[in-house]
Design a protein around this ligand. Sequence first.
Ligand code: DOR
Ligand code: ZN
Length: 426
Amino acid sequence: MILSGGRIIDPANNLDTVGDLRVEDGVVRTVAAGGTRLEGRPDERVINCAGKVVCPGLIDIHVHLREPGQEYKETIESGARAAAAGGFTAVACMPNTKPVIDNASIVRDLRAKSDAARAARVYVIAALSKGMVNQELAEMADLKDAGAVAVSDDAFQVQDAEFLRRAMEYAHMLRLPVLTHCENTSLTDSGAMNEGYTATVLGIKGLPREAYEMDVARNILLSLMTGAHLHVLHVSTAREVELIRWGKAQGANVTAETGPHYWCLTDEACRGYHANAKMNPPLRTETDLAAMVEGLKDGTLDCIATDHAPHAAYEKQVEFVSAPFGIVGLETSLALGITHLVQPGHLSLAALVKAMSTEPARVLRLPGGTLAEGSPADITVFDPEAQWVVEPEQFVSKGRNTPFAGQTLTGRATLTVVGGEVVYGD
Ligand code: DOR
Ligand code: ZN
């Protein structure tokens, strides 16, 4: 097929030009730049992409797909389809499932389900410890052989520094990135939102920012000590950004991500006890929002990841403090980037594509993130001008728990191509 007349943005190859792109045998065959047109052959589909952006497929390296065990919230298939609808050609799913993804057979099973779904590719992040209880290391070599792309403690933070040190040493030996949810839980016990003025007004116990920051500092030091690749999940505070900037300046092998809600919303969104504004780490303050933008601009924050965390409606329809943490993100992420980062002039479209495709591919060393000729044809086409209203009932995901319901956003995926096959749109 030929994707014709779109604005081709490929940060990996410094390309931002109008042109045609030919997909053949599942790979990018030709990129004809500078307005050059390709002649369609009789057996070829030509898809008009005028006015649209054609870019390497978006990649979300932090999603919760709830399989195995909580298929009522999401499955590999529903998550992979929701990802495709949001313009993602690949995602990496977290191991805090029931049971936990801590053995090779679960990894293999999920990889097979990913292939069967024929939507976005689903890569698997395995648990750092057996059962995610931080007593015994998981069999990382087996997990890697089975296809795991990283190990993580997401949602079950490692409190014991010695344990994390050993985990990092093993992971480093196996060249597996270690993705950590940074939070010192002795400071956050039974907190439900950002500690501060709004929490006081609402009478809700807070989650102090320092609890998260001290763990970021500790984990950077452990990365310096072991040489392991540390990836800091869901950065939410200004000081975390500073610490990561410091770590990078020290030469630490550290990368980091933030999510759309951390540059769009403050803890004010929790007023009214809105459980769909409850996630961990929690929404912070204006100063933190500005720091996320700065971090993305100067590359301290390498990439954007959603922490897509679907929950059933009835689970969220309880008192704020009893509701589970987490919001969905796959189907709003691109639009929140365009609306709140590109439109106000913080990031160029190319920089957004870089943070949502090129960089996530680099962080987890995944295929994709480039339109180089010969690379797999994982491609996203989006309309950067399309305005639409967020209607959770329309989501492909099983989760409807979004704080953005009813908002008008700009920018929407129109076509998602994985391995040369159209998996969404058209
Ligand atoms: O908001 C969150 N949701 N934070 C976590 O750490 C876990 C996640 C989930 O699995 O729902
Ligand atoms: Zn998460």
